[in-house]
Design a protein around this ligand. Structure first.
Ligand SMILES: [Zn+2]
Length: 381
């Protein structure tokens, strides 16, 4: 006999972006690092000028790939899998790359107008145990940076032990707290353990790989026009049947341009004169429209809660450097969900990315009133 689920209100304190329970669950349906390698190799052989690169090596020695499509003057940097238990962004990014490298007239137009640079899986080591963090001990870190010996570990490093969103056996860093807009920053013991409101320290090879790619793009293009980071958020304000057979009633996606409570105190407008606030708001509006245009079945796209203060996030860092910076938090995923559900969640990510890309290609981006960002309803909870 099957017990009927007893709906419970999701705990608002858990209304964050940790979409899963502990790690070590089945990962069927999600890209593993070896599959990403095959995908990347296949893309390179499309004959549409797609190039690929290894931008760095994870702490456990896995290659981190980038894929480049198009040769236009505007550059869009798309990143997925920074939190490895939030994997639908990787699926969406692979789908977008496959689409943009086909032989259609529209894809050709896009390739002429923009350069898309994508990192489909920034955290391959975390994808193995299916956890938020990378796989890196504090001892690994001190051997990389001997000046940190004897200092407390970084607040964003987790030791082995039960954690809500990760494999209890695998220590590692939340890569999305490891960024710093000072690309020359070198870790200092006196800055440990740090906190969420101060910048990260580039203690992980994965964050450094993303930074190095961004640096190269800045040198080539002057400014990286758009940066998008793909995540999944947990359910909230919805009923959780504990079994995930009920379609997720949560908003299909929340997006954001807001990452710092006081950008000026982080050098926005001074040290970082290109701080991309209005550009970020325009890009969010373009993503919002991209999801909901043309008879779309998606509705209810919301703004992620607008009180973030994540100075060490990739989004905050690249926004300070001048990019239109977009956080995309698609709905949750659970392994028990039927396959169509995976497709649904990936699709909302794809539509949002294409909304931005299309507005750049069609030259409507600059005409977007950034104040329309404030019309996107804030996620309730
Ligand atoms: Zn995340």
């Amino acid at each position: 006999m099957v017990e009927s689920p007893s709906p419970v209100r999701a705990d608002p304190s858990q209304c964050n972006e940790f979409p899963e329970g502990q790690g070590s669950e089945t990962v069927e349906g999600y890209y593993q690092p070896a599959e990403i390698e095959r995908v990347v190799q296949k893309l390179e052989h499309t004959g549409q000028g797609v190039t690929t690169d290894v931008i760095g090596t994870s702490n456990q020695g896995r290659p981190i790939y980038s894929v480049r499509v198009g040769s236009g003057a505007k550059v869009v940097f798309l990143q997925a899998g920074i939190h490895a238990n939030e994997p639908t962004g990787t699926i969406a990014l692979v789908n977008v790359l496959n689409s943009l490298s086909d032989s259609s007239r529209r894809s050709q137009q896009i390739r002429e107008a923009v350069t898309i640079v994508a990192v489909p899986q920034l955290n391959p080591d975390g994808a193995i145990p299916y956890q938020r963090e990378n796989h890196q001990t504090w001892d690994d870190t001190v051997s990389m940076f001997p000046q940190l010996a004897g200092a407390p570990s970084a607040f964003y490093h987790s030791l082995p032990g039960p954690r809500f969103w990760s494999d209890p056996r695998v220590p590692g860093f939340d890569l999305n707290r490891d960024f710093n807009p000072d690309f020359d920053y070198a870790p200092q013991a006196g800055h440990l353990p740090g906190s969420g409101s101060v910048r990260g320290m580039y203690l992980t090879p994965e964050a450094r790989a993303s930074r190095d790619l961004y640096t190269a793009l800045e040198q080539e293009f002057g400014l990286v026009d758009v940066f998008v980071d793909l995540h999944n958020q947990a359910p909230c304000n919805t009923f959780d049947d504990g079994d995930a057979h009920t379609p997720d009633l949560h908003t299909p996606m929340s997006i954001s341009a807001q990452f710092l409570r006081d950008p000026g105190s982080h050098g926005a407008g001074t040290m970082y004169p290109n701080f991309g606030w209005d550009a970020s708001r325009r890009a969010n509006v373009a993503a919002w429209e991209g999801v909901q245009r043309g008879g779309s079945t998606f509705s209810g796209v919301t703004r992620y809660p607008q009180n973030l203060n994540l100075a060490g996030s990739a989004n905050a860092t690249y926004q300070l450097r001048g990019s239109a910076s977009v956080l995309m938090e698609a709905g949750r995923q659970r392994h028990a969900n039927p396959q169509w559900r995976h497709g649904f969640i990936a699709k909302v990510h794809e539509l949002a990315m294409m909304g931005i890309i299309d507005s750049l290609v069609d030259n409507t981006f600059e005409d977007i009133d950034p104040n329309r960002y404030e019309e996107i309803p804030v996620r309730n909870g």
